[in-house]
Ligand binder design. Sequence first.
Ligand SMILES: NC(=O)c1ccc[n+]([C@@H]2O[C@H](COP(=O)([O-])OP(=O)(O)OC[C@H]3O[C@@H](n4cnc5c(N)ncnc54)[C@H](O)[C@@H]3O)[C@@H](O)[C@H]2O)c1
Length: 445
Amino acid sequence: MQERIEKVYEQVVQRNRGEAEFHQAVREVLESLDPVVSKHPEYLDAALLERIVEPERQVIFRVPWTDDAGQVHVQRGFRIQFNSALGPYKGGLRFHPSVNAGIIKFLGFEQIFKNALTNQRIGGGKGGSDFDPHGRSDAEVMRFCQSFMTELFRHIGPSTDVPAGDIGVGGREIGYLFGQYKRLQNSYDAGVLTGKGLAWGGSLVRTEATGYGTVLFAQSMLATKGDSLEGKRVAVSGAGNVAIYAIEKAQQLGAQPITFSDSSGYVVDEAGVDLELLKQVKEVERGRVADYVARRPGARLVTGGSVWDVPVDVALPCATQNELNGDQAATLLRGGCGVVAEGANMPSTPEAIEAFQAAGILYAPGKASNAGGVATSALEMEQNSSRTHWDFSKAEDKLTRIMAGIHDSCVAAAEEYGKPGDYVLGANAAGFTRVADVMLAHGVV
Ligand SMILES: NC(=O)c1ccc[n+]([C@@H]2O[C@H](COP(=O)([O-])OP(=O)(O)OC[C@H]3O[C@@H](n4cnc5c(N)ncnc54)[C@H](O)[C@@H]3O)[C@@H](O)[C@H]2O)c1
């Protein structure tokens, strides 16, 4: 990295001590920007790098709630409003015990460039809490969501900041959060949250969008080599929203997904994943992956090692950050893997990315390949503001076009900046320049 960029990175580390995931995400973007700022010195003159790594606003708040036994708990809530150059802050809420400022900042930072790539008018933000919904009753989750929204509501709005789901936040949580927002505001602002139920402002395809989009991106990458997903063996990690719909789209396109996982282990089902059973276990029963194996002859649960030990043609990491390290990347490559498309945010460590790039395989960073979810959230906002509701095929058609557009923007930017086929450079350069040009137009704010 050139000296000025290195200095920006050092300042990020100084100012955000101990926030390792945030440092990692910033470094990955900054490392791509040498050729961009060399071509556009005006970005450096306007201190755009220094500005883009500093969130516009960070809100951290206490969330007290009472469990079913009457015991009071205190959680910490976050909303990081990172960049509003392109539109209202937009990004999900994560409820997971590992949540801290560094994780929310890394996610918010990634979100800026991801949202820019979709070409929708949305800025970047992210939020969440260290609340763990696992093992909690519906009533406990509801009380927690109500308490969380009782502070968050004053910081968000359809033209200000529009949260959605992420790990631990699905349709149930969005419902409780929206109910409390509506009560506090005395106003039916459907566009304040996305991922809503279909009967109260949700969009068809939003549930499927991130997983579907990830697979569509993999298909577009393969098409540049005259190949397709047809007949390919696919490893998927995770068993949540993104993983389930990545499996569904991969199956629709003729591939054979054979794995999924949760924090209790991974499942190998050589006959191909039984999606109906997986949905029943995970979406309806909120069970563990072992419950699938108990009902599926031939499937096996593996509790040691990692899902990346299974030899496949295509890998779709759809669980969480840093779930695929350098050694696991080497194992995947030895097994013949030629395509990696990230459904999760930053699932590959820097060493894994280096291994994929050195091997010259098709590798898509999450900010490009998992952007279908937020893109469809923007479509949900569009339907809310015009009080319309599109059918499934119209929404899916728009998602398909947006994913093709993101793919083509990455390819074009990688070529423009001298590294054809480098989707990391392509995604970072294309996303960054879209935001940077608008920040220049808005002056020093
Ligand atoms: N939901 C979206 O629209 C969306 C959009 C873009 C990116 N993402 C990213 O996709 C990833 C998954 O999100 P989701 O919405 O599917 O969440 P989810 O809560 O529905 O599912 C997460 C899944 O990952 C599993 N998991 C978590 N930690 C794990 C670990 N250490 N090892 C193995 N499995 C683990 C969980 O058990 C769960 O099955 C996250 O990185 C999220 O930020 C989600």
